[in-house]
Design a protein around this ligand. Structure first.
Ligand code: DAH
Length: 348
């Protein structure tokens, strides 16, 4: 079990290690030790958070995330200091006027992804990444979309190497959504499952204000005994209020996805007009934000879970979509142009 003292212990150990850093390789070693994705102390801490009793989790998750950010910041500062100190004497003409150093920044989509991750991390969810080149099985078939399923038409697909479904060899494609990560994870793990999987996805869409052939989603999945639609609602309402604003109103409307039953589309009260009606929400007062539902028994069957024993929920959220709303950018294509005039408007 994670006690606050574990967090304090890691913090104290980190400070001791940081104080001993004398070079960039030292710094890298300390970074690996604490922030390494697999074996870092912070990653281990996140695992403990996931295993803590539910009532203790929010506070521990928050403490762990604060520590992570502190460590990141301290490492960045130390690196800057090392680089300053490493300049040879005389290399700088101190009489020259200063030139502002162009600092890199996080991309707006990265900022949004990190915000989503940190909310779910604080609830003990594990964060996964998976392949963008996917096979037909994980992208479609195991999600209850056999080769002739009409729902496949909704997702115009980039097939690779001329491979097409129904032409002998299994098709390979650029994944059209992150939902295949549900399958990839469940194939290798037994319940309970609590994951989110962010990443790029691809569709043969003509670019316009709201479409880009490459965009970003985050998938969520929770499976255990006794999971109900109330868990789905509670989690998503909690997430949307934390991500946007505590006053945000959330509406669930019945929908259809082959891999969930029942399925829902989730709307939030318009972030621009507050629900009164404007051009962005097309006078409805609502913005569609994600798709979700209770995992279909056929999906459990595909991964060998006992559908009599387990239930679960899943959702898919468009990161670009929420970035457009949160940062009030009007054209999705701007996120992929990498024009510094846009990127410089976001925090470091
Ligand atoms: N995969 C869907 C899409 O790309 C989004 C989605 C809907 C994901 C419902 C889910 C879900 O996990 O349950 O539009």
């Amino acid at each position: 079990m994670t006690a606050p003292s574990d967090i304090d212990g890691i913090r104290a150990a980190f400070q001791t290690d940081l104080a001993a850093v004398a070079s960039e390789p030292d710094l890298q070693a300390v970074r690996d030790r604490y922030l390494g994705r697999k074996r870092g102390a912070v990653a281990a801490l996140m695992k403990q958070v996931a295993g803590a009793p539910p009532e203790a989790r929010p506070a521990l998750g928050k403490g762990a995330n604060v520590l992570k950010r502190e460590i990141e910041h301290a490492l960045d500062e130390r690196r800057k200091a090392l680089r300053m100190a490493a300049r040879p004497a005389g290399a700088v003409d101190v009489t020259l006027p200063g030139r502002a150093a162009p600092f890199g920044r996080r991309h707006p989509l990265t900022l949004i992804r990190e915000q989503v991750e940190s909310i779910f991390e604080s609830w003990g969810f594990e964060i996964l990444q998976g392949p963008q080149v996917e096979d037909d099985y994980h992208n479609f078939e195991a999600l209850n979309m056999p080769p002739d399923h009409p729902a496949r038409d909704m997702q115009d697909t980039f097939y690779l190497d001329g491979s097409m479904p129904g032409e002998g060899a299994p098709a390979t494609l650029l994944r059209t959504h992150t939902s295949g990560m549900q399958i990839r994870y469940m194939e290798r793990h037994e319940p309970p499952v609590r994951i989110i999987a962010p990443g790029l996805v691809y569709r043969r869409d003509t670019p316009d204000l709201t479409h880009s052939p490459m965009f970003m989603q985050v998938e969520g999945l929770m499976v255990d005994e006794g999971i109900t639609m109330a868990d789905l609602k509670g989690t998503l309402v909690g997430f949307l209020k934390a991500f946007f604003d505590p006053g945000t109103r959330v509406m669930f409307r019945p929908s259809f996805f082959p891999y969930t039953e029942p399925s829902a589309e989730v709307f939030i009260s318009c972030v621009f007009c507050g629900g009164g009606g404007c051009a962005v929400c097309k006078q409805t007062g609502w913005l569609e934000i994600l798709g979700c539902g209770m995992v279909h028994p056929a999906v459990f069957e595909a991964v060998g879970y006992d559908a009599e024993r387990y239930t679960g929920w899943a959702f898919g959220l468009g990161i670009d979509r929420v970035a457009l709303l949160k940062y009030r950018v009007e054209d999705i294509r701007l996120f992929y142009d990498n024009d510094l005039r846009l990127l410089e408007q976001f925090p470091h």
